[in-house]
Write a protein that binds this ligand. Structure first.
Ligand SMILES: Nc1ncnc2c1ncn2[C@@H]1O[C@H](COP(=O)(O)OP(=O)(O)O)[C@@H](O)[C@H]1O
Ligand SMILES: O=P(O)(O)OC[C@H]1O[C@](O)(COP(=O)(O)O)[C@@H](O)[C@@H]1O
Ligand SMILES: [Mg+2]
Length: 326
């Protein structure tokens, strides 16, 4: 039984991710298709609390598909973590006549969405978007494919100079608590070693790996997720330098270039499919769920299941990464 959703609110929250604009566009196009009006909420939950609302239509989103970042802007908002903050958010939704909220964001944003849905009578649906790819229940999050490609391109370039100078590079990539970027970019860029937060690998393993290679005359790249468990990347490099004095070692932190840029084809298509499906699920009366991709098909699952679990790195991929490391 379809329920009459007439007016939705839409926001992007947490770290921006390439493809968020494509998701905004998909939601707006689906709403126009199904005669639902859309209010854009600026700067995530901060704008929801402060009432930073704006109208959105598909004409205002021409050319947005190829742009990184988010036209709605994003934020990390402490106030939404409090009951008072969420009460204010609910009041603003009610005053604007919004009967469903679509949240595009990462694991934190989806946690906030689940709480709001639990506490107040408003339909809420989540769309997974984070370069970290650390959301349970979906094969991919919007932004991850683009970010990983950005990392691979950057490492390929560093590899050129590393090889020319016979240097060993430690390259830090994003991933506060998750190693998806490091693992997959590490495989794709042919890194010598991959350090991820999920699996502790002692520094000794890295040192042993290079010491046994007689590497003073060759290049090597160690890719390190920022959340890895061996201290900072600078410390990692300096321990290695002390133990392998013949090696010419450099550190490179890729930083926020990983979050920007035009979204890949895969991210645009994912955003399009999930955006449309989110509106169709709301029309079917669904709430408190996240739309997802599983085995190449769109589906949805309860937000509570999503936020209580962490997606695991596949052991098969870890094994492959070790076999392919040179
Ligand atoms: N436990 C929580 N309760 C309520 N709101 C939360 C919670 N965790 C995160 N949020 C909200 O979601 C926002 C984005 O979360 P964050 O973890 O920074 O990014 P992401 O959604 O990309 O993982 C936070 O700034 C906060 O407003
Ligand atoms: O830009 P900020 O606020 O410093 O955040 C950096 C963090 O955001 C991310 O890029 C994305 O994380 P979220 O999707 O959880 O926001 C992390 O990889 C990184 O640790
Ligand atoms: Mg997150």
């Amino acid at each position: 039984m379809e329920r009459p959703i007439k007016h939705i609110g839409l926001l992007t929250s947490g770290g921006d991710a390439p493809g968020m604009n494509a998701a905004i566009r998909a939601v707006v196009c689906a709403c126009e298709h199904y005669n639902i009006s859309v209010t854009g909420i600026k700067a995530g939950y901060q704008g929801l609390i402060n009432g930073w609302f704006t109208s959105l239509d598909s004409h205002s989103l021409i050319h947005s598909l190829c742009r990184g970042g988010t036209l709605l802007k994003s934020a990390r908002c402490q106030a939404f973590r409090t009951q008072e903050g969420r009460a204010q958010a609910w009041q603003n939704l009610q005053q604007s006549g919004i009967d469903a909220l679509v949240v595009i964001g990462g694991d934190g944003s989806l946690t906030g969405a689940a709480l709001l849905e639990q506490e107040y009578p408003v339909a809420v649906i989540g769309i997974p978007a984070t370069i970290d790819n650390d959301i349970f229940g979906t094969d991919a999050c919007i932004g991850y494919d683009t970010a990983t490609n950005t990392v691979v391109e950057a490492i390929d370039k560093i590899h050129d100079t590393a090889a020319s100078h016979n240097r060993l590079f430690f390259i830090e990539v994003m991933g506060r608590n998750s190693g998806f970027i490091a693992l997959n970019a590490g495989i794709a860029a042919g890194c010598s070693a991959i350090l991820v937060p999920e699996h502790y690998q002692p520094v000794d393993d890295i040192i042993e790996r290079f010491a046994s290679c007689d590497m003073a005359g060759d290049a090597g790249i160690v890719i390190v997720a920022e959340g890895h468990q061996n201290g900072g990347i600078a410390e990692l490099a300096s321990i290695t330098a002390r133990r392998l004095p013949d090696f010419d070692i450099r550190v490179s932190i890729l930083g926020h270039i990983q979050r920007g840029g035009s979204p890949s084809c895969a991210d645009r298509v994912l955003a399009g499919r999930l955006g449309v499906y989110a509106i169709e699920q709301l029309r079917r009366g669904e709430s408190g769920t996240m739309v997802a991709l599983q085995h190449q098909l769109v589906c949805s699952l309860p937000l509570h299941d999503v936020i209580q679990q962490q997606p695991a790195l596949q052991t098969e991929q870890l094994r492959v990464s070790r076999i392919l490391a040179m």
